[in-house]
Design a protein around this ligand. Structure first.
Ligand SMILES: C[S@@+](CC[C@H](N)C(=O)[O-])C[C@H]1O[C@@H](n2cnc3c(N)ncnc32)[C@H](O)[C@@H]1O
Length: 280
C-alpha cells in the first residue's frame, strides 16, 4: 500500500491519497475498491498498481459488493489485459479462479491453514460451501484427512473446483458435489463426517440442521462462520447455536472462537470451532 501511495504522489492530491483503500492480489490480477471520489482516477490508479507490482497483468475495480447466493461481485477492467480469470498460489496449492463468476478471497489463507492443522489422521470431512475448493484442497495437502466431501451450488465454482482438484492431484481424497448442501447431504452424505465446514458467514445459520445431519452419529467438530458486531461479536452467534443445537437434541462445547477478519468498522467475519455431541 505504501509503495502504491508513493507511485501516485503527484498524480493524486494528498486528500485523494488518504482515501486509497487496501487492494487484493490474486495471481496476476490486482483488485481495487475505490470510494466514489476516486472513481475518476481509476485508470491512473490501475496503471500505478501495474507499475508497483510487476507480476500483475490486469487490474480490476470491484463495482458491486459481494452478493447473492453464489457470493459473486461485478468487476471492471481498469488497466492491463481484459480478463477476470487467473491462477493463484497459496500454501503450496494452486487455484484457478474466475473472480467474476465465483467467490474467492486471498485474505482467508491463514484461516484455511488453521483449519487444516486441526484435522487428525483418517478424518472424513464435509465442506458444505466449498467454492473453487480452497479449504478442501489446502486440507488435503496439509493434513491426513482420508476423505473430504466438497459441495457447491454454483456450477462455475464446481467446474473450477474439479479442475483445481485435478491440478493439485488430490482427487483420491477430495470429492466434489454440485448442488444445494441441504439436498446433497440429505441424499448422499448423511452421517459421514468427523468434521463439517460451514464457510458461508451470511447464511450459515440456515444450515445448522444440515451440519448435524452430515456429522457421524457420535458427533464431531463443526467450524461455524458467522457475522459478528462490536461490542460482543460472539455471544449472539453462541446463543443462536445453543438454541438450534439444543432444540435438535445435541449439545455443544466451544473449542475456540476468533475474528477471521474485519468487514468494516465494528463488523467481523467470525468463526466458532464447536465440538458437537448427541444428547443434551
Ligand atoms: C463465501 S463462499 C466460500 C467459498 C470457499 N469456501 C472459499 O473460501 O473460497 C460460499 C460458497 O457457498 C456456495 N453456496 C451458497 N449457497 C449454497 C448452498 N445452499 N449449497 C451449496 N453451496 C452454496 C456459493 O456458491 C459460494 O461458492
Amino acid at each position: 500500500m505504501g509503495s502504491l501511495r508513493e507511485e501516485l504522489e503527484g498524480i493524486l492530491s494528498r486528500e485523494e491519497l488518504a482515501k486509497l483503500r487496501a487492494f487484493d492480489l490474486v495471481g496476476d490480477i490486482g483488485i481495487l475498491r475505490l470510494p466514489p471520489e476516486l472513481l475518476p482516477k481509476k485508470r491512473e490508479i490501475g496503471e500505478a498498481l501495474l507499475r508497483v507490482h510487476r507480476h500483475l497483468r490486469t487490474v480490476l475495480l470491484q463495482v458491486s459488493p459481494v452478493s447473492g447466493e453464489f457470493r459473486t461481485r461485478r468487476l471492471e477492467v481498469v488497466a492491463g489485459k481484459p480478463r477476470t480469470e487467473t491462477l493463484h498460489r497459496e500454501s503450496g496449492c494452486v487455484f484457478r479462479v474466475d473472480l467474476e463468476k465465483v467467490y474467492f478471497s486471498p485474505r482467508l489463507a491463514h484461516e484455511r491453514m488453521r483449519i487444516a492443522r486441526q484435522v487428525r489422521e483418517g478424518e472424513e470431512v464435509t465442506n458444505l460451501f466449498a467454492g473453487v475448493g480452497c479449504y478442501s484442497i489446502v486440507m488435503a495437502r496439509h493434513s491426513g484427512a482420508r476423505r473430504i466431501y466438497s459441495i457447491d451450488k454454483n456450477p462455475e465454482a464446481f467446474r473450477m473446483m474439479c479442475e483445481n482438484i485435478r491440478i493439485n492431484r488430490v482427487g483420491d481424497r477430495v470429492f466434489p458435489f454440485l448442488g444445494d448442501a441441504r439436498e446433497v447431504v440429505a441424499s448422499q452424505l448423511r452421517g459421514k463426517a468427523d468434521r463439517v465446514l460451514m464457510p458461508l458467514p451470511e447464511a450459515a445459520r440456515q444450515f445448522v440442521g444440515t451440519a448435524l445431519e452430515a456429522l457421524k452419529e457420535e458427533g464431531g467438530v463443526v467450524h461455524f462462520y458467522d457475522v459478528g458486531e462490536d461490542p460482543d461479536p460472539f455471544s449472539p452467534s453462541l446463543r443462536f447455536l445453543e438454541r438450534e443445537v439444543g432444540g435438535r437434541g445435541w449439545s455443544l462445547r466451544v473449542m475456540e472462537k476468533r475474528l477471521v477478519r474485519s468487514y468494516g468498522p465494528g463488523i467481523y467475519h467470525v468463526v466458532l470451532d464447536l465440538l458437537l455431541s448427541p444428547g443434551r
